[in-house]
Ligand binder design. Structure first.
Ligand SMILES: [Zn+2]
Length: 408
C-alpha cells in the first residue's frame, strides 16, 4: 500500500514541481495559456494513471476465483492477461488472471467482475451524452476527445449509443407520476426520418406533461403498434389520479382514431397551430401562394378562430361563394374541416376553463428529434431509429439522470 501511495505521490510531486517552475517563468498571456493546457492534458493523464493503479491494486487483491459462478465447478487458470477499459478519465490497461471453465466452455478475465464491459458505466454515460445531444456521432467523437480527453472513433460512439438505446427500450425509466388532481396534458405528432431501406418514414412521437415532470416516446412503426404505447405511458404516469386529462394535437385521422380507443376519457382539443395551418393552406389555395391577400385572410381568420372558435369561423365563411372551382373546393374543404372538428376547436371555452390550446412542448420535442435524426445527409438503418430516438427522448425530457441512476 505504502509503495503504491509513494509512487503516486512522487509522480504528482514531480509534476507539480515542474509546473511551478514553469509558472515562475510566465511573463505573458501565451505562457499562461500554454500552462493551462499542460495542467489539463497532463492532469488528466495523471488521473488516468491513478485510476489504473487503484484498479490494478483492487484486482491484485482479489481472491482466487477458481470456483465457476455458473456451475460451481473448478475453473482453470489460463495465465495473467492484459485487458483494456475505457474509463471516464481515459483508456486504462490492467493485468489479471484469466479463468476458464471447461464445463461451461466460458472464460472470464478477473477484471470482468469489476468492470464487465469494455467501457465503464460513467464513461458510457458521458459518451452516450455526446452521441445524443450533438448533431451526429462524428461530432460526438470529436467532443469526447476535446472535452473529455477520451479518444474514440465515430464508429465506437455509434455502437455504444445504439447499444444503450436498446437497453433504454428494454428497461425504460419510470416516468414521473402525475400529482393528485393535477392536469395531465398529452400530445402526439409525426416527423419524417430518412431511412436506408425505405426512404422517408414517419417517426411517431407522444409526449405527456404535468406540473411534476414530463415523459415522451418516439417510434418508427405503424399507428396500430404505436397508439397502445400512449395508453401504457399514461398508465405508468398514474393518469387516473389526474384531475383532468387533456389531449392537444393535430386532428390527423390516425391520432384521432387511436386516442378515442386508447384514452377515451381525455378531453380532445385540436392544437391551435395545426388548426391555423389549415386556414393558411386554404388561404394560399384561394388567393395564391405568397400573396398579400392570402396572408391578410389567413391572419384574420386565425384571430377569429381563437376568439370565436371553429364554429364562429364556419359561420363567417359558410355563405362565401367563388366562381372559380378550385377556389370554391379549397373553401369547402376548410368548411368541412371546421364543421367536423367544431367540438374540438372551441377555443374561447377552453381559455375560459384554463385548458391548454397549443402543444408547444410537442412541437419543440419534434424539432429536437429532427435535429438529431435528420441532420444534413443523415440516413438511418431502420433498426437503429428507435434506439436512437429513445436516447433523444431521455435527454430532451429531463429523464436522462433518472435512467442513468438505475442503469447497470
Ligand atoms: Zn462452469
Amino acid at each position: 500500500m505504502d509503495e503504491l501511495t509513494n509512487g503516486i505521490m512522487a509522480d504528482f510531486r514531480a509534476w507539480v514541481k515542474d509546473l511551478l517552475e514553469e509558472a515562475e517563468k510566465i511573463g505573458n498571456r501565451a505562457g499562461a495559456e500554454a500552462l493551462e493546457s499542460r495542467v489539463r492534458t497532463e492532469g488528466q493523464r495523471l488521473l488516468g494513471n491513478l485510476w489504473e493503479r487503484l484498479l490494478q491494486q483492487t484486482l491484485d487483491r482479489q481472491k482466487e476465483a477458481r470456483v465457476c459462478p455458473r456451475c460451481g465447478g473448478r475453473r482453470r487458470h489460463k495465465g495473467v492477461r492484459p485487458r483494456g477499459l475505457i474509463s471516464s478519465v481515459g483508456h486504462v490497461r490492467l493485468k489479471g488472471p484469466y479463468w476458464y471453465c471447461p464445463q461451461c466452455h466460458a472464460g472470464e478475465h478477473a477484471l470482468d467482475a469489476l468492470a464487465p464491459e469494455s467501457v465503464s458505466r460513467l464513461a458510457r454515460e458521458l459518451i452516450c451524452l455526446m452521441g445524443t445531444c450533438l448533431g451526429g456521432f462524428a461530432k460526438g467523437s470529436k467532443v469526447c476527445e476535446k472535452a473529455l480527453g477520451i479518444k474514440l472513433d465515430e464508429e465506437t460512439v455509434r455502437t455504444l449509443c445504439l447499444k444503450e438505446g436498446h437497453r433504454v427500450l428494454e428497461s425504460p425509466p419510470i416516468p414521473p407520476p402525475v400529482p393528485q388532481d393535477a392536469d395531465l396534458v398529452g400530445s402526439c405528432d409525426g416527423t419524417m426520418v430518412n431511412t436506408l431501406q425505405d426512404g422517408w418514414r414517419e417517426l411517431k412521437a407522444y409526449r405527456f406533461e404535468h406540473v411534476g415532470g414530463r415523459h415522451a416516446g418516439a417510434y418508427l412503426e405503424s399507428a396500430e403498434e404505436f397508439m397502445p404505447r400512449v395508453r401504457k405511458a399514461a398508465l405508468a404516469m398514474k393518469a387516473s389520479r389526474a384531475g383532468r386529462m387533456i389531449w392537444v394535437s393535430d386532428a390527423a385521422e390516425w391520432i384521432d382514431k387511436g386516442i378515442s380507443v386508447q384514452l377515451p376519457d381525455a378531453k380532445r382539443i385540436v392544437d391551435i397551430w395545426h388548426a391555423r395551418q389549415h386556414l393558411h393552406e386554404a388561404a394560399r389555395k384561394i388567393f395564391g401562394e405568397g400573396t398579400a391577400e392570402a396572408q391578410r385572410w389567413g391572419r384574420r381568420y386565425s384571430e377569429e378562430l381563437r376568439q370565436d372558435g371553429g364554429r364562429g369561423v364556419w359561420h363567417s365563411l359558410r355563405r362565401v361563394r367563388y366562381k372559380d372551382l378550385a377556389r370554391q373546393e379549397a373553401l369547402e374543404a376548410l368548411l368541412g374541416y371546421l364543421d367536423r372538428h367544431a367540438d374540438r376547436l372551441d377555443y374561447p371555452t377552453y381559455e375560459r376553463f384554463g385548458y391548454p390550446i397549443s402543444s408547444g412542448g410537442m412541437e419543440s420535442f419534434c424539432k429536437q428529434l429532427g435535429q438529431r435524426l435528420k441532420g444534413p445527409g443523415m440516413r438511418w438503418s431502420i433498426p437503429n431509429v428507435n434506439p436512437m430516438a429513445a436516447l433523444v427522448c431521455l435527454w430532451t425530457q429531463d429523464e436522462w439522470d433518472n435512467y442513468w441512476r438505475k442503469a447497470g
